[in-house]
Structures are given as C-alpha cells and as structure tokens.
Ligand binder design. Structure first.
Ligand code: XMP
Length: 591
C-alpha cells in the first residue's frame, strides 16, 4: 500500500508512536528516513517530521529535503521537527542546555485548523507533554504563533496558506490528552486523508501474498510462543495448509512453568500437524554451569541457540530448495533509524545474534525468507490474531525475553553482607541499569518504608552513586542485616524455584486483574538469604510503551499480601522485595 502519511524519522523514540497513532485513525502511515528526497514522497497527502534528541545546530543533525516545505504538501513538525521547520525557513531556534521534560500547560492563542474542536473546550489551557532542550523563539516569516506555554514563546506555529505547522510538545503520547484530536485535525482536516487502513481486514491479502511468495515451496518457523511468531505462523498455516508449514520450538530449560506444554497445546489447537519440540534443556544448563556474569550468560545462551538451530536446519533438510524460512518480524524491526536513536537495546542485539546462524543467513542471502507481519505494529498484530480467532491468553501475553529466566536468576561468586546506610541497606547483589547511553552494573538500595511520591524514590536512587536501583523490603524471614549474599549459579534447583515463584505471582496477578493493567512483570531471584533459605524474590511490575523506558508500578495491597504469604512458603525463599525503580536509571530486567 502507498502510505497517505509519511513520518520522517529525526531520531526520536516517538517516531513509530506517531505512525501508530495515525494508523489508529484508520489512515495508512509509514516511517522513512528524514533525508528521504522530496521526489520520493510525491503523492503523499501529508508529512510529519518526528522529534529527536539532536539540536538543529549540531553538525550532522538530521534534516529534511528543504523542497518538501514548498511542494504544497501539508507538513507537521513535532518537537525537533517543529524546530527544524523554523530553522530551515529562517525563523530562530534558541539553543538550550537544561531543557524541559514533563507536563506543561499550553494556551492556544490563535484559532487554527490543527486545534479545531479543542480551543472551544472550556479550559483556558491544555495539558501537554514536553521533552526538549532547544526551543523556537521566532517563527519563520509568514507563520503565526498559535500557542504558548510559560516557558515556550512558540509552542505551536503555522502558516495555514502553505499548510505548514509545528508544535513543540508531543501530541502522540498519552500524556497529551488532546494529542490524538490534534493529529486527527492534521490528517483529516489539513491533509484531507480518507480512511484506508484496518489491519484485521488485511488477513486475506496477507494470505494471498504468502501463497505468491512461497510458490511451490514450503515454510518452516522457529517459534517462541510469543505473539509475533505465533500470528505469523498461523497466517502461513492458513495460506498453505498444515502439511506445508513446519514449526520448531526449542525448550531451553529457561522457560516459565508450563510454557512448553502451553505452546504445544496451542499449536495443536491451531491445526499444526508438523510441530516439533526440541528438548535442549540439558545442553543449555551444562553450558551455563558456574557462569555468573550477565553478558557471559547471554553470550552462552546465544551461542547455544545458534548451535541448536543450525543442527535442526541441517538434520531436517530445511536448507534444500524446497523450504523457505518464516519469521515473525514486525514493522518497527524492519526500519533502520535515520537518527541518533538511543540504541534499540540488547533485545535486538540478541535477535541479530540468533539470526546470524549460518543456515539462516544463507536463506536470507538467497531471498528465501517470508515475513508476513513486516508492515504491522504490535497492536495490529494482536488485531490480526483476534481476527484469526487466536486465544486471548496467547495474544495478550506480556513480552518475555529470549534468554528467559536465565536473566532473572542472579548469580554471584562472592560472599557478602548487606551494609547499613542512612536510607536502609545496600544489598551487594549487582544488577544492570542504564544511564544515558551507557549500562551500569551496581548493587541495590533496600528501604523499609516506601516514600509517598515517585520523585522521592527517584531522588533516593540518584542521590547514591553506588546503586542503580531501589527496592522496598516487603517481608524477610530474618532482619535484612542478618541475611547474606552467597555464591550461587544457574542450577536446575534454582531455576525450578524461580519457576515456582514466578507461577505463583503470575496466578495472583492474573486473578486479581493487576496483570491486565501493566506491560510486563518480571519476577527475579537474588542470592540473598540464609543457609536454609538461600534466595529472595524481587517483584518488578512495570508499565511501558515499548520497553525503552518504563515506570515501576505499585502492586495493590491485597494482591501483594497474598503473593508474599504464598512466596514465603516456597522452599528456599528468604524474603520478598518490590523494585521501585523506573527505567532509567534501572533496566526492566535485572540480568
Ligand atoms: P531492559 O532490561 O533492557 O529490557 O530494560 C527491555 C525489554 O526488552 C526485553 N528483553 C529482551 N527481549 N530478547 C528479547 O526478546 C532479549 O534478549 C531481551 N532482553 C531484554 C525485556 O524483557 C524488556 O521487555
């Protein structure tokens, strides 16, 4: 499909969010590199320039083909995009050091198309979300200032006759309540787009595409039980029939309780006939014996995956010309970012790693690959899954990392004791964090009383340079000061313990309805305890949009009490903690 709207990626983490929000309006949108030549964008009904971390004054900062601003196509700049329009058309942008991050109130000073229906709201000002360093101080000649905030003299600007607009705030995020109305005003009111996009309505077209791409050949998948690979597999199964579509699931032994059975049952219910479970548990465990470092764990798991995949590819003859590889790649995975994105994290690194199996690389090089979901976002994949009749418990699953429980079972070679400090205790178990673009690996601060405000929690973690996380003590079998950190590795016994506690938390979280309100809920085992009870459990529920940033979420008291009661009865469990830290400065996983 030709997109009606193209979002030019100026390097912001919000660029895909903008395209998703436009698609939610029923209008097909794609993302393209900011420097895409204007000639390649002819025929678009509108262009949106995303935000980004750069300054228009930085050497090499993202720019756009200036001709785009004179073609009569409507253009809407957001944040950096707003500054870029001002800069390119001779307005002025002021360089800032400190920046403004968070809520602001914007006052609409001039009726404008993009604010249609909004300024009539009784409120004098509207809540918006800001995240910027530089700001526009003078709009380009011929532009009107359309909104201001207490710190932004040009919070919105536009030239209605040229159909060019810019806003300093982020209409695409949930924290800007009228944001979707503003995008809708631009897309329909200014650009004149028509509704042409309904992902669930694409099923038959996708199946037809699969038949054409496959021709006489068959398709095989490595499936994980996750949403993307399951939906992609199901589409292929429907397109070609069960004899021509094979799937293999590798049981690494790092999976959650009941996971392998869950996947087996669901694939049987889909009508899959050729579906294999490869039991690689012992191989992974043996390779991980005695290993403690997070990166080493990941590296070994990656290597083992490569080995197992290669063996399957060769022994099942999937490398001959009769087979092509199916993958659950989704749209954001296919786009090379144009700008200085914060890095897509290790998730992608690990995926690349798996995809580097020689056999898979050979298939990719020969073009023998099919990715039926490569133009869809996650929410759209779920909509397709629902259309296909897949079970909600499959579609609404939280994301689960490839290396599985291995990165939630913390290991160490040392003996150490918690250290009393003014705020609580420093627990000498290191976990991974992220600050700026660099990863940290530091101990944890444990506190007895949870501060009332999020700011106080953030302040606690930031004040102490020797930690990157703060947890609250929910319950321990002895006072924290009497517990000890002791050498611990990835053993079958510890993984079983983690599986058991994870299953308890998942059950209570599901039954209480809490699970449906959060994005992900890692449960972590740390080697802090007593000789009889060697491990403590850390609960890490978070809310997020894409995993790049995350907010720690409080567990409702009733559910937390029940979890704690049951967890303290599990063999070997010495205590329960709640992780209170946002990402950044912590990461979602502890590793
Ligand atoms: P962090 O811990 O970096 O995690 O804040 C961000 C998100 O990525 C997930 N994650 C992974 N997903 N393979 C994956 O498929 C991986 O190796 C991997 N590591 C982390 C993590 O669960 C969270 O949702």
């Amino acid at each position: 499909m030709t997109p009606q709207i193209t979002v030019l990626d100026a390097g912001g983490q919000y660029c895909h969010l903008i395209a998703r929000k436009v698609r939610e309006l029923g209008v097909y949108a794609e993302v393209a590199a900011s420097e895409t030549p204007a000639s390649a964008l002819a025929g678009r009904k509108g262009i949106i320039i995303s935000g980004g971390p750069s300054s228009v004054y930085d050497a090499g900062s993202p720019t756009i083909d200036r001709a785009l601003l004179g073609m009569g196509i409507p253009v809407f700049g957001i944040c950096y995009g707003h500054q870029l329009i001002a800069h390119l058309l001779d307005g002025s942008v002021q360089k800032g050091d400190q920046g403004e991050y968070g809520f602001a109130r914007v006052e609409i000073t001039r009726p404008a198309h993009i604010f249609a229906g909004i300024e009539r709201n009784q409120q004098a000002t509207h809540q918006v979300w800001m995240s910027h360093r530089d700001l526009v101080v003078t709009p380009p000649p011929g532009f009107d200032v359309m909104a201001v905030t207490s710190t932004c003299p040009v919070a919105a600007m536009g030239s209605p006759s040229r159909r060019l607009y810019g806003v300093q705030f982020h209409p695409e995020v949930a924290h800007t309540p009228s944001g979707q109305a503003i995008l809708s005003n631009f897309v329909f009111g200014v650009c004149g787009c028509t509704k042409d996009w309904d992902p669930a309505g694409q099923v038959l077209a996708v199946e037809q595409h699969i038949r054409e791409a496959a021709g006489e050949r068959n398709i095989f998948f490595f499936v994980s039980g996750g949403v993307d690979s399951t939906v992609a597999y199901t589409l292929c199964l429907r397109a070609l029939g069960p004899e021509r579509v094979h799937g293999t699931y590798v049981d690494t032994g790092m999976m959650r309780e009941g996971e392998t059975e869950f996947v087996r049952q669901h694939f049987a219910a889909l009508g899959a006939r050729a579906f294999f479970v490869e039991d690689a548990r012992e191989r992974f465990l043996a390779a991980l014996q005695g290993v403690t470092g997070p990166e080493e764990k990941r590296h070994i798991i990656g290597e083992k995956f490569v080995e197992v995949q290669q063996r399957i590819l060769e022994s099942e003859h999937y490398l001959d010309g009769q087979w092509i590889l199916g993958q659950g790649t989704i749209y954001p995975d296919t786009i090379e970012s144009g700008g200085a994105q914060a890095g897509k994290g290790k998730a992608d690194l690990i995926k690349t790693h798996h995809n580097r199996v020689a056999g898979i690389q050979k298939l990719i090089d020969e073009g023998r690959i099919i990715e039926p979901l490569s133009s869809f976002y996650k929410d759209e994949v779920r909509a397709i899954g629902r259309e296909l009749g897949l079970a909600p418990e499959l579609l609404d699953r939280h994301p689960f990392p490839g290396p599985g429980l291995a990165i939630r079972c913390l290991c160490t070679d040392s003996h150490a004791k918690p250290q009393r400090v003014e705020e609580g205790w420093i627990i000498p178990v290191s976990s991974v964090g992220v600050q700026g673009d660099s990863r940290t690996y530091r101990p944890v601060l444990a506190i007895a009383d949870v501060p009332a405000s999020e700011d106080e929690i953030a302040e606690l973690t930031n004040r102490r340079r020797d930690v990157n996380r703060t947890v609250s003590v929910v319950k321990t079998c002895r006072p924290v000061g009497e517990l000890e950190v002791h050498p611990a590795h990835l053993t079958a016994a510890r993984l079983d313990r983690l599986r058991r506690v994870d299953a308890i938390v998942r059950r209570i979280s599901g039954e209480s309805g809490f699970d449906a309100t959060i994005w992900q809920f890692p449960v972590v085992l740390i080697p802090l305890g007593t000789p009889d009870r060697p491990d403590c459990v850390v609960l890490r529920p978070i809310d997020s949009v894409d995993g790049m940033t995350a907010r720690a979420v409080r567990i409702p008291q009733g559910a937390l009490d029940q979890m704690t009661r049951e967890l303290m009865q599990v063999e070997g469990v010495a205590g329960v903690f709640c992780d209170l830290t946002n990402k950044p400065p912590a990461t979602i996983e502890w590793e």
